[in-house]
Design a protein around this ligand. Structure first.
Ligand SMILES: Nc1ncnc2c1ncn2[C@@H]1O[C@H](COP(=O)(O)OP(=O)(O)OP(=O)(O)O)[C@@H](O)[C@H]1O
Ligand SMILES: [Mg+2]
Length: 250
């Protein structure tokens, strides 16, 4: 693993950007009656800009718990988490929700679209929260939906779209704010094989354009599309390897 060394060639090198994700000795424990469940144990994880990381592991291994922490939806019980160099412990609720809204694009298994809003309105919503003016918001939402191949579905409601199309709306919503990180929890979990492969082709394209993606999956053939695979067991990282991603369309 590369270690950031600010001393090397410090005079001439451009300032390095901080890692997108830096988890240091992160623990997450839940008290269940007299028992304590350690959902995440001593996790150290650094993800740099432009990486496409799959997090794999059996059911109950701590993947979603780790995603909640990484997505600033929950705090570690102990340890440190910095997102783009900002220690999230230092943030108040307002700053945290701003980070969630503008720096992280979430993609969930169940799409999580607002049912009574069009595709366009769904994609615009985080931009509304982000205070982007109306005209720019619309332009960005249309551009994001065009990128995911849904320029001809702007005014469809979620229930008028296929599962694969709904997930692509969710991806458009996730990228519309130009986030530092796309965080996806089982994004193919509710999709058929064809739609899953289409989604991976889209992730491949986003990665090729420099996006940072962390994707949770329990499917090894989906993890194969990432360039790095981190495996959890009982809350701990048991392997972390880089790989040549499966080529899209292969
Ligand atoms: N809010 C909670 N309270 C108590 N225990 C919890 C809570 N959330 C998770 N756990 C426990 O922590 C462990 C990890 O759960 P987590 O949901 O992170 O697993 P996962 O890897 O996402 O599993 P799956 O593949 O089934 O989604 C499990 O043993 C779970 O029961
Ligand atoms: Mg889970």
């Amino acid at each position: 693993m590369t270690v950031f060394d600010a001393r090397s060639d410090a005079a001439s090198a451009p300032p390095a950007s901080p890692p997108v994700i830096m988890l240091a000795d992160v623990m997450k424990s839940y008290a269940m009656g007299s028992e304590v469940v350690h959902a995440v144990r001593h996790v150290d994880l650094r993800v740099d800009r432009g990486e496409f990381v799959a997090i794999v592991g059996a059911s109950g291994s701590g993947k979603s718990t780790l995603m909640s922490i990484t997505g600033c939806l929950d705090f570690p019980t102990s340890g440190h988490y910095s997102l783009e160099g900002v220690n999230i412990r230092d943030l108040d609720d307002r700053a945290l929700s701003r980070i969630r809204n503008t720096r992280i694009g979430f993609v969930f298994q169940g799409f999580n679209l607002i049912p009574r809003m069009s595709a366009l309105q769904n994609v615009e919503l985080p931009l509304v929260y982000g205070g982007i003016p109306h005209r720019e918001r619309r332009q960005r939402a249309v551009a994001a939906l065009t990128l995911v191949g849904l320029a001809n579905r702007l005014d469809h409601w979620p229930n008028e779209l296929s599962g694969g199309q709904q997930q692509r709306v969710a991806v458009a919503r996730a990228i519309g704010t130009n986030p530092a990180l796309i965080l996806a929890d089982e994004p193919t979990g509710a999709l058929d094989t064809t739609s899953s492969l289409e989604l991976m082709a889209l992730f491949h394209e986003l990665h090729a354009h420099g996006r940072t993606i962390v994707m949770i999956t329990h499917e090894h053939d989906i993890a194969a599309f990432a360039s790095r695979v981190v495996e959890l067991r009982d809350g701990s990282i048991i392997s972390d390897r880089r790989q040549e991603p499966t080529s899209v369309g292969a």
